[in-house]
Design a protein around this ligand. Structure first.
Ligand code: 5RP
Length: 229
């Protein structure tokens, strides 16, 4: 699909999600190219008088864009609970489980998501799968033990590869950690893998978001918008 068509789909999903945002909410705003369109929609709503109680976000990129529209962004630690978080996803399956972290913001994304009453993901049809597959699973690891963790994951057959920047350096996350992308064709038992990663010392967070998403807004190639809960 060409870029313009895909952007049109992302924009349509973003617009639908923006309709869920109400005055007085504590709003969580995720990261990525789809969320970028959502923030544009928020900007329009603000110009039309939207007043939020607070806004939290999951990356400096989204923060900058939100501030450009005049929103004041609070750290998650300064809000009690988030009413609604809107984020993108790299893959989402039939049970609304997903892979996230393509933008390396998974740690903050998961922290905001689990502290939100409602999580809505906005995706175009290309992200929707029957079973989680087709996208390397990001795992954020501490630099101090990254080599040991890489070996442990490789020994388990999980095919880890350090994510690199354009100039070949290990990509550093917002928190100064590294990302190991697990180049798996398919994740047959996501809960088993999530459990294993949750218990691996040196893993800060991973991109399996299970039982977190409440609703996914899918922009279909034919122009239809599907809302799945
Ligand atoms: C960033 C994420 C993004 O939400 C995910 O990568 C989707 O991004 P995009 O909308 O650009 O496809 O998880 O860490």
């Amino acid at each position: 699909m060409d870029q313009a068509k895909q952007d049109g789909l992302k924009k349509a999903a973003a617009k639908k999600a923006a309709a869920l945002v109400e005055d007085g909410m504590v709003l969580g705003v995720g990261t990525g190219s789809t969320v970028k369109f959502f923030i544009d929609e928020l900007g329009k709503k603000k110009a039309a008088g939207l007043t939020l109680k607070a806004v939290v976000t999951t990356s400096s990129r989204s923060q900058k864009q939100l501030e450009g529209y005049g929103f004041t962004v609070s750290p998650l630690s300064e809000v009690d609970q988030v009413d609604l978080t809107v984020d993108g996803a790299d893959r989402v399956d039939k049970q609304l489980n997903g892979i996230k972290g393509g933008g390396a913001a998974l740690t903050l994304e998961k922290n905001v998501a689990v502290n939100s009453k409602k999580n809505v993901w906005i995706v175009d049809e290309s992200k929707v799968v029957d079973h989680l597959s087709g996208f390397a699973l990001p795992v954020e690891v501490l630099p101090i033990s990254c080599m040991q963790v890489e070996k442990r994951l490789a020994d388990e057959g999980l095919k880890p590869e350090f994510r690199l920047t354009e100039d070949g350096q290990r990509l550093k996350t917002h928190y100064g950690n590294y990302i190991l992308d697990l180049k798996l064709d398919r994740i047959p038992v996501p809960s088993g893998l999530a459990d294993y990663l949750d218990h691996t010392v040196g893993v800060v967070e991973h991109g399996l978001f299970l039982n977190i998403c409440d609703q996914v807004i899918i922009a279909r190639d034919n122009g239809e918008i599907e809302v799945r809960s």
